[in-house]
Design a protein around this ligand. Structure first.
Ligand SMILES: Cc1cc2nc3c(=O)[nH]c(=O)nc-3n(C[C@H](O)[C@H](O)[C@H](O)COP(=O)(O)OP(=O)(O)OC[C@H]3O[C@@H](n4cnc5c(N)ncnc54)[C@H](O)[C@@H]3O)c2cc1C
Length: 350
């Protein structure tokens, strides 16, 4: 009886189509299925796959994970909290994050979320690349939008590398790189660098010449001695940080809506938080309690309230981190333990 009632309700509900089966799309799909909403996810690639990402999730609350119905998975994930903060290969500071982060590879995480969504009756269509639609019921969670931008993101998993702390962050001359252990002893090495077309890789991953350009010779050597995970070396270029141009008639979330500088480790949290924000307006739309433009307006206003301030702070901090004139004051402040890490943590995550 319960089954036939839920089948009847699902038939009555409008379908939601999510374009992009990354973190935002899969988490939202799971939450919508838990409310009985029919869901189709279109994913351009197939699972499992490596993505350019530091795989260090900082700022997401247990309440957000619970509201999306994905808390049990995160309860099994590593939770680093100590940070070693280095410049020119010297440790400038060591501190403890106010809240432990989560460390898990996207290779594993997205695969698990996809399986969970399918188990809940959601449809996930792999190798299904879409273009933006103007129809009601389409949500754009397809990540970074290709555009001209000064950055390149490079990532790899390397084993047999020992870390100084749960998260090792290195500031280079024109970028930064983080190292964190994800599952099975693999260390995620991921950096954001100012792109330079003259840098070429000869018989080695592009990450290594970029690390040398950053002056990180010891780190390069440490990594060269490690074991590199097949298929994990990835790169992304041509994107812009900050708010992304809106797409007409679509609800967009995650990186499709705005991209926070990666040093915060907050991009995946924002994708999950945005998914949590979208549940109520989309359930209301699916159940016919509001129309599509109302759902869109509710979501846009909620996202602005939730993310506007932290994006502004994070962009300003990244600007200072990479400004040559700020290096010396930054070094002194770090070494004297005068950097307000806790305040900055809050401002870039709430
Ligand atoms: C160098 C770098 C380091 C980072 N490090 C961290 C970190 O340590 N911690 C952190 O929290 N965040 C980090 N981020 C940011 C984080 O990766 C993103 O914020 C997060 O992945 C956003 O999730 P999403 O679901 O919006 O997009 P994505 O995870 O990018 O997922 C989008 C999905 O959409 C699919 N897709 C794309 N186009 C289409 C299409 N047309 N049709 C169908 N499917 C499509 C893609 O294949 C992909 O699976 C980093 C980013 C960079 C660039």
């Amino acid at each position: 009886m319960a089954g036939s009632l839920s089948q009847y309700m699902a038939q009555e509900m409008k379908q939601i189509r999510l374009v992009g089966g990354g973190l935002a799309g899969l988490a939202l799909g799971i939450a919508l299925r838990r409310h009985g909403v029919p869901v189709v996810v279109h994913e351009a690639l197939s699972y499992p796959r490596h993505r350019v990402c530091g795989e260090f999730i900082s700022g997401v609350s247990e309440q957000t994970l619970a509201s999306l119905g994905i808390a049990p998975f995160f309860a099994q994930v590593a939770r680093p909290q100590e940070v070693s903060w280095c410049h020119a290969e010297r440790e400038w500071a060591r501190f403890r994050l106010p809240e432990a982060a989560y460390a898990v590879s996207r290779f594993h995480l997205d695969q698990v979320l996809c399986e969970e969504l399918r188990a809940l009756g959601g449809e996930v269509r792999e190798k299904s690349r879409q273009v933006p639609q103007t129809e009601a019921g389409w949500v754009w969670s397809a990540g970074r939008r290709p555009t001209q931008g000064p950055w390149i993101g490079l990532k790899a998993h390397v084993r047999d590398v020992s870390l100084r702390a749960g998260l090792e962050m290195h500031l280079g001359t024109d970028g930064y790189v983080g190292l964190v252990e994800v599952e099975d002893g693999w260390v995620n090495v991921c950096g954001l660098f100012r792109s330079d077309s003259s840098i070429r890789a000869k018989d080695e991953p592009l990450l290594l010449p970029y690390l040398r350009r950053e002056g990180l010779m010891n780190l390069t050597e440490r990594l060269q001695q490690g074991t590199w995970r097949e298929g994990s070396v990835s790169a992304v270029a041509g994107f812009r940080l900050g708010g992304q141009p809106p797409l007409a008639n679509l609800i967009s979330l995650g990186d499709a809506h705005s991209i926070i500088p990666p040093f915060t480790g907050n991009g995946m949290s924002m994708a999950l938080e945005a998914a949590a924000l979208a549940v109520e307006p989309l359930v209301d739309y699916a159940q016919g309690r509001c129309d599509w433009s109302q759902a869109q307006q509710t979501m846009a206003a909620a996202a602005q309230r939730k993310f506007g301030r932290r994006l502004g702070w994070a962009l300003a901090c990244q600007h200072l981190l990479l400004a040559p004139w700020f290096r010396r004051p930054l070094e002194i402040l770090s070494q004297q333990q005068l950097l307000p890490f806790h305040t900055l943590f809050t401002l870039t995550r709430r």
